[in-house]
Write a protein that binds this ligand. Structure first.
Ligand code: ITT
Length: 196
């Protein structure tokens, strides 16, 4: 099976993407090819940061690879925390603190519309490609559920009444930002493999 290095330090992302690429590509976590440091994310867009991470791994390994950057974009906050979602409440990427800060900022706010947006950057045979996935929804007034990660306990996807953290991994993947972006990646890789 062909190998694709996943440029991420986030074990939850690896688990979700593995379920989606299983049997089709062997997803190799970057730690397995010797990259254990947190790759600096200094760009001011998801696209920019996704490219930074993929280019970093490609420069160090020369292997086909991909990365993804995800942000939670809240309408009433002008799209914040967006590209700053991981360190919203501080440098230590604390999910509980991030959720607390967001809920505080939205206190009394009736417009709770939000969306998760994922951008995947792929480097295949030295060429770069971008894919995007969006999950619309709203921010709940309090956390519920224990599954998933990050902001999942406070995000209710459109058309549903449960948060992502109350869904199984397969339920979340079927409708999530990451699931949709990976579906596009898979479609592209399938076309490449069949020479179309
Ligand atoms: P990388 O190594 O891939 O950069 P990271 O955890 O730093 O991993 P991001 O830079 O993409 O990830 O940060 C995105 C933030 O949004 C971070 O706080 C995540 O916990 C959160 N997040 C990402 N995907 C999510 C999802 O599917 N559900 C809930 N929260 C998510």
């Amino acid at each position: 099976m062909k190998k694709l290095v996943f440029a991420t330090g986030n074990a939850h992302k690896i688990a979700e993407v593995n379920r989606l690429l299983d049997g089709f590509y062997e997803v190799v976590p970057m730690a397995e090819v010797g990259i254990t440091e947190d790759i600096p994310e200094t760009a001011d867009t998801l696209e920019g940061n996704a490219l930074l991470k993929a280019r970093y791994v490609y420069a160090h390994t020369g292997m086909d690879c991909f990365s993804e950057d995800t942000g939670l974009e809240v309408e009433a906050l002008g799209g914040r925390p967006g590209v700053h979602s991981a360190r919203y409440a501080g440098a230590d990427k604390d999910a509980a603190a991030n959720m607390r800060k967001l809920l505080q900022e939205l206190e009394g706010q009736l417009n709770r519309r939000a969306r998760f947006r994922t951008v995947i950057a792929l480097i295949l045979d030295g060429k770069e490609y971008l894919f995007e996935g969006i999950a619309p929804g709203h921010i709940a007034t309090a956390p519920s559920g224990k599954k998933g990660f990050g902001y999942d306990p406070i995000f209710v996807p459109e058309g549903h009444e449960r948060t992502f953290a109350e869904m199984t991994a397969d339920e979340k993947n079927a409708i999530s930002h990451r699931g949709k972006a990976v579906a596009q990646l898979v479609e592209f890789l399938q076309k490449q493999a069949s020479g179309k």
